[in-house]
Design a protein. Structure first.
Lengths: 645, 188
């Protein structure tokens, strides 16, 4: 489960039993995961965000002496078990008997600190190799190091590997073949902190190390980008521009996919001889599942931007900027970083809370993570915003659709912050503020390969979700909406002409099991303007948010297969006090949007929350309180928009 | 303030460790040392000890392991280096040989090998070093200049009493450099 949602998480490869195990240790940002990818061919995303490599990753590497298993441990600055992440690493190294060796990945531009980690790792008395990354950047910035001398001083092999260069990865692969042959230092490094400092100083001098000049480009850029005012403005402008592009760039692509599915649906309807089967394929599979699939361009774009921001080093700055804002509310920076990864999906975000040393902060952040706008909300937002305002409406120079989308992301983020703050008060203050260390990597050109892998992984995860939980839920829903099939006698008795397929569909829908459920809960959502079909959509979206889109797609396609979008827009209340009125009025759409901002509609997130807290109590609390908040906020939105329009 | 020092293995001599550290002591063989190093030396836990410019060589008694005693010896050494009471025989051909070998196998190994050469220490006596220039070095005109100079400089930096470096089977070659054939890697 976690692997499927851990964007960039490759499927775990069945390790050959008995193969030697080698652990990969290194600080976040040292290029450890890039190296892991290069070695194993497994896909795992890189970055200094906790959450990117929280779960245990291992992959097979074929060497000259047979296969070995390389385990990518969470990024960590030290082995002092302050946070669960560091504990994992310390624990794995403690069980030294299971390891044949350790590869420590050290960023050459941060060698002094990296040696501290090397000293700690060497205490495990395992064969060790040090991989030196970013030597190219060190040289470019006027620093220097002699890997050979450094290796002699450390008593281990030191291999410079420039990220992404095959040559370095190949020489590491050769070295990995024989951990038993790796040189070991005659005497282990000291453990007392001040002695380690002396040891590192001596090793650095022997390795002819000169630290890099502060990166002048980075310094100048940071002067602006980390400025409390300009930096914040630029951050919001960047985000704003992004949501504009989502609509401007992805919309035409989305239109094409939509048309293709409409055409396929028609084809299915007309060419499948069994009438109900044709409708099943057209309405459930093509309109329902295809209705979600059309949002693939948006998902891809979202991840292009996220990985560009991350790869360039800007995302750390954004976190830093926000950290300053949040510090005033008593939240620590790590929490924000965890929230930031929730923009992709709440699951890695929740797992990222493992980097938080305080259990109370972990809980507070976990409760907040589901409020960050995850990629599953994107299809719902795009669908609803598309119905709310036409694409050509502009407010000055900006498109209204993109602006609303931006607002929803902002609302999600602000709500998450508020929630984290609130829960921190509720569960009590954490004892002491532990130091928060966040690295500001130099600005780097994002690697195309990394961006592509990240986008591909996100799309693959989306497709997996569509073909699993969304497909299953959609098929079940189709059954609930269309079964039992009505016989002609019943139709005639009810005054419906069996030859009029639209009337038959309407009758079937109206008397389906789903309709009964939707009507049963109508009183709950009636104040928000939802009709029973929207209710069914909302309930079904509890499995996964995107199912809302597929449900609406099914309903609309059943009503007017020629033009489902128009059918949805023109959908009217079939009964109740609002009978005959349009369902998707601005207040109702606004209420729906806001409902989706707050509601906890993701079973996977609840399951991960259960796993991380060890009890059902917290997922239950999250589900209930977010449901209540969602209803209240939606009601507020319905009322406000109702007054305004 | 703790001393900056780190250990290095001595190839082929598992009982030896060379501690890389800035020392302000005369260069030579240690006969008596202050602090806890004194008893270690006296009772034979450490069997031999040399001081060079930038390092201290120590030999552990046979049957003892560096893994076990290393940390203790490191601490003792770090503390003793700042104490008075060192007694050192300032002339040691053994140390000269060790230093020369360490340099040839260590910092200059890559350079020598990249020129296809093999250089070994043939003799170290009376503060003079005799080297065997094998492999490609034998006929290389640069061997007598660049390499020669580099070796001499490197050894003298750590063993200042060095008088000169000679080649096996030949008189002391004067560096030719710019007077003779052009030397690769130099201007002119």
């Amino acid at each position: 489960m976690s692997h499927a949602h851990h964007h960039g998480g490759g499927a775990p490869v069945a390790a050959p039993t008995g193969a030697p195990r080698i652990a990969l240790v290194g600080s976040p940002n040292a290029g450890k995961t890039t190296l892991f990818n290069g070695l194993t061919g497994l896909r795992a995303k890189t970055g200094n965000y906790p959450g990117v490599t929280v779960s245990r990753y291992e992959g097979r590497v074929d060497t000259d002496s047979g296969p070995i298993v390389v385990e990518d441990l969470p990024g960590t600055y030290s082995l002092d078990p302050i946070s669960p992440d560091e504990e994992i690493v310390a624990q794995v190294l403690d069980e030294a008997a299971e390891l044949a060796g350790v590869v420590v990945v050290v960023d050459a531009t941060n060698l002094r600190r990296g040696l501290g980690l090397v000293a700690q790792v060497q205490q495990a008395a395992l064969p060790t190799v040090v991989v030196l990354t970013f030597v190219d950047e060190l040289l470019r910035r006027g620093g220097r190091v002699d890997p050979e001398r450094l290796g002699r001083a450390l008593g281990v092999t030191v291999l410079p590997v420039v990220a992404g260069e095959r040559r370095g990865v190949e020489s590491l692969r050769r070295v990995l073949a024989g951990p038993s042959l790796w040189p070991t230092p005659p005497v282990l490094p000291p453990t007392a902190p001040d002695e380690v400092v002396g040891w590192a100083q001596s090793v650095l001098a022997a390795g002819h190390f000169a630290p890099p000049d502060p990166d002048s480009r980075t310094g100048r850029l940071d002067g602006v980008l980390l400025h409390p005012l300009w930096g914040t403005l630029i951050f919001f402008a960047t985000m704003f521009a992004f949501f504009q592009t989502i609509f401007a760039v992805a919309a035409p692509l989305q239109g094409l996919i939509e048309e293709a599915f409409a055409w396929l649906g028609e084809l299915a309807r007309s060419s499948i001889p069994v009438e109900w089967l044709g409708r099943f394929v057209a309405d459930a599979i093509l309109a329902g599942v295809g209705g979600v699939l059309v949002f693939l361009p948006q998902i891809a774009l979202l991840f292009v931007l996220i990985s560009l921001l991350e790869g360039s080093g800007y995302l750390s700055r954004a976190a830093y900027l926000m950290d300053r804002v949040m510090a005033s509310a008593g939240l620590e920076g790590r929490a924000f970083v965890a929230l930031l990864s929730s923009m992709a999906c709440a699951i890695p975000g929740i797992m990222a809370t493992r980097t938080l040393p305080s259990a109370k902060d972990r809980l507070a952040t976990m409760m907040a993570a589901p409020l960050m706008t995850c990629s599953a909300r994107l299809p719902v937002y795009v669908l609803l915003i598309g119905m709310l305002v036409p694409s050509d409406v502009r407010w000055g120079p900006v498109g209204a659709q993109g602006a609303i989308m931006f607002g929803l992301y902002l609302l999600g983020a602000a709500s998450a912050m508020t929630s984290a703050w609130f829960w921190k008060r509720i569960v009590g203050r954490s004892g002491m503020g532990l130091p928060f260390y966040m690295e500001m990597p130099s600005y780097r050109l994002p690697r195309l390969r990394t961006v592509l892998i990240s986008v591909w992984d996100a799309c693959a995860a989306f497709l997996r979700k569509i073909t699993s939980i969304i497909l299953v839920t959609t098929v079940i829903l189709w059954g609930l909406l269309n079964l039992p099939l009505r016989g002609d006698t019943e139709l005639v008795a009810a005054g419906v002409d069996p030859a009029d397929s639209v009337a038959v569909t309407a009758y079937t829908l109206d008397h389906s099991a789903a309709a009964a459920v939707g009507r049963a809960i109508a009183p709950v959502f009636e104040p928000l303007g939802f009709d029973w079909r929207v209710n069914v959509g909302v309930i079904s979206s509890l499995a996964a948010r995107e199912v809302f889109v597929s449900t609406m797609g099914q309903v609309a396609a059943a009503t007017d297969p020629e033009n489902p979008t128009a059918a949805l827009k023109d959908m009217t209340h079939t009964d109740g006090p609002r009978a005959g009125e349009k369902v998707f009025t601005p207040p109702t759409i606004a209420a729906l949007l806001i409902f989706f901002v707050y509601a906890m509609q993701c079973m996977s997130t609840l399951a991960v929350m259960r796993r991380e807290t060890g009890t059902w109590r917290w997922p239950l609390i999250a589900f209930v309180h977010l449901g209540v908040v969602a209803w209240l906020m939606a009601f507020l939105a319905h009322t406000i928009v109702g007054v305004l329009t | 303030m703790t001393r900056a020092l780190h250990p290095q293995a001595v190839p082929g001599q598992p009982s030896a460790v060379r501690w890389v550290v800035d020392v302000d002591l005369p260069v030579g063989r240690v006969t008596a040392a202050p602090g806890t190093v004194g008893p270690l030396l006296e009772y034979g836990v450490l069997t031999r000890m040399f001081v060079e410019r930038g390092g201290v060589w120590t030999w552990l008694a046979p049957g003892q392991s560096w893994t076990e005693h290393g940390p203790r010896i490191r601490d003792a050494l770090a503390a003793a280096l700042d104490l008075p009471g060192w007694e050192i025989d300032e002339k040691s051909d053994e140390l000269l040989g060790l230093v020369a070998r360490e340099i040839l196998d260590g910092e200059l190994a890559g350079y020598v090998a990249s020129h296809g050469g093999v250089i070994t220490v043939a003799d170290a006596a009376d503060d003079r070093l005799t080297l065997d220039f094998g492999g490609a070095c034998e006929d290389c005109p640069a061997a007598s200049s660049t390499l020669h100079e580099r070796i001499e400089t490197a050894v003298r930096a750590r063993y200042p009493r060095l008088v000169g470096v000679e080649r096996v089977g030949g008189a002391h070659h004067r560096p030719r450099g710019w007077l003779g054939l052009p030397v690769p890697g130099r201007g002119r």
